[in-house]
Design a protein around this ligand. Structure first.
Ligand SMILES: [Mg+2]
Length: 321
């Protein structure tokens, strides 16, 4: 038998996280804890309302498989029991963690991956006035961030980006509109981004409007986030996006995330690794993918007032391993 615990945690943020569709002041996560043969392991997920998830719905999904989980359910079996999403991620992450601990290895070694000593992570500039965003970009840049992920909504695009670019002239900028833009005017905005040296645009249009990107010639790569969940998403992204943002809370864990990375790379997509607002526990679960991606966007825990123990070691713009 395995012992299984499922519970919620709330982690206050030091600064509100503001994007086009929401503002958050805390991370609300669901944790699955396993104990088998005296070895404890855990996995974490962040339920996401955009995908119809709440803490309650995710807890309820996980609880439906607790009997199988107690009965030593495998990762392979899990893939057929729960759909892709946060609930499966917490369980899949816990099963990977358990397997690695039983083998007395770190998760990355257990997954056959050797990581460098440090990984550059994007640092997020959340939505605010152009002055606030420029100040945030300048502060992050001064502290060593080389890659800034700028959140935008449908307003003040040039004002915000021009202010940020002049505040952080050397930074690589990527922009995430979180589905808030429209097909009308998109070409001009893409040209503005390219002129300002923005390296990539993430999910400008709502996921349902992907066909508008077909035959849309754009001067910088476009990355699918809300439009890409699992390998099944890839077929509808061809000719529309050049990059996919892989997140364990969308794939339903590392098992599918690894498969998605393989398949997306094989089909010619560039890769990005992202996260939700989460603790170091969730970032650790994604690390086997960290050296395979063009952009790692793993700054979730840096928004927390206090991180889980043991915490990963972040300095601004860098994750030290
Ligand atoms: Mg995104």
């Amino acid at each position: 038998m395995r012992n299984v615990k499922v519970y919620e945690e709330t982690w206050p943020l030091h600064t509100p996280f503001v994007i086009s569709r929401s503002a958050r002041s805390e991370a609300r996560v669901v944790v699955v804890e396993l104990e088998e043969d005296g070895i404890k392991a855990s996995g974490e997920c962040t339920p996401y309302p955009r995908y119809g998830e709440s803490e309650a719905s995710v807890m309820a999904q996980i609880l439906t498989i607790v009997p199988q989980l107690e009965n030593r359910l495998s990762r392979e079996e899990l893939q057929t029991l729960l759909p892709p999403g946060a609930a499966r991620n917490a369980v899949d992450s816990a099963l990977w963690d358990l397997a690695a601990r039983k083998a007395n290895q770190t998760l990355t070694h257990y997954a056959g991956v050797t990581l460098p000593q440090s990984i550059t992570t994007a640092q997020t500039v959340v939505i605010g006035t152009p002055e606030q965003m420029a100040a945030s970009a300048a502060a992050l840049s001064e502290k060593g961030a080389q890659l800034l992920k700028v959140k935008l909504d449908d307003h003040l695009i040039s004002e915000r980006l021009v202010a940020i670019r002049s505040a952080a002239p050397a930074a690589t900028l990527i922009v995430d509109a979180n589905e808030s833009w429209h097909a009308e005017g998109l070409a001009a905005r893409c040209q503005l981004l390219a002129d300002l040296g923005v390296a990539m645009l993430e999910q400008p249009l709502p996921a349902g409007d992907d066909e508008m990107l077909a035959n849309f010639i754009h001067p910088l790569p476009i990355c699918a986030d809300e439009s890409c969940h699992t390998r099944e998403s890839l077929a509808s992204l061809h000719g529309r996006y050049e990059m996919v943002n892989i997140k364990l809370d969308k794939t339903g864990g590392l098992t599918e995330a690894l498969a998605l990375a393989d398949e997306a790379a094989k089909q010619g997509f560039a890769l990005m690794l992202g996260c939700m607002i989460c603790t170091s526990r969730a970032i650790s679960a994604a690390l086997p993918l960290a050296n395979r991606v063009r952009y790692a966007d793993l700054d979730g825990p840096t928004w927390l007032a206090v991180d889980v123990e043991p915490a990963l070691h972040f300095t601004t713009g860098t994750l030290h391993l």
